[in-house]
Design a protein around this ligand. Sequence first.
Ligand code: SF4
Ligand code: SF4
Length: 308
Amino acid sequence: MSHESLRCLVSGIQHFSPCPGHGLRTTIFFAGCPLRCFWCCNPECRLNRPVLVCNTEKCIGQSLCGHCLDSCSSSAIYSSKNAIRVARDRCVNCGECVSRCPSGALFMSSRLMSPEEIMEDVLKDKDYVMNGGGITLSGGEPMMHPQEAAALMRLAHAEGLHTAMETCGFFDLDAPHTIAALRETDLLFFSIQHSDPLAHRRGTGVDNSRILCNFERIVAEFPQLEINSRTLIVPDFNDDDTTMRNIARIVKRTGSFFHILEVFSPICQDKYAQMGLPFSYGQLALPQERLEAIVDIFQEEGLSVEIH
Ligand code: SF4
Ligand code: SF4
């Protein structure tokens, strides 16, 4: 079946990706996310539309080039202290300046690709990825585009590839396309960020009731699906004993005995600057002894833990 009419809004395709899953992976980053986590590591994937990104480190300089300066009919590009800048209040993200930039300093955060085009790119690595590896859908939130996600994974399965998906869990589980996407998923990484609805809303913009309900239902209703629950430990948000124990109990209540812990790293600050976005989160580090105490909590609750 052809998916020619479908278009995935893709922020990037990463070959030999460090993203989790079995074997070697190619990760496809979908753009668009219903959450606004204040620690988000992929701000370029949050909006469901392309946004201009300006990486001044790649700019070869106004004196050598400067093509972008007269390319913008909105007068949104200017120079300050010999560096190219974008006036975000005037930029309409039309992409005209991108086509004039020879160095790749200016680029759009995402673009539309058909599932077939994505698979063509994925299959460049087929000889390496075939050996138990496959594709991982990430983002952003792949389930904001469940029809496209299902189509892409169907193509991957037809090539004998394993499929994995990373999700924040905030989606309509009863929508037919969502169900189809879950049926095409071999391994689901499901994030549980907080046990308390109000704290979850403060940190992500939505409360967690739908996410927790989806988690319990998916475990019960999709027995063929391998599910890895996981939590990104964000200092001063969810790293206290009570929250961690409550998350462990939520996982255990579903009959699962395994959970992944990830540790926040503020490596994404440059991306915020390139998109003209503020990054308000500080650089709090999680002390090793605190991480060990959290692992102890999960083990006391009967779960085995992997740290990523
Ligand atoms: S994306 Fe369009 S509006 Fe924005 S700076 Fe470039 S040319 Fe101007
Ligand atoms: S077009 Fe690109 S390389 Fe040339 S000055 Fe503008 S940002 Fe720099």
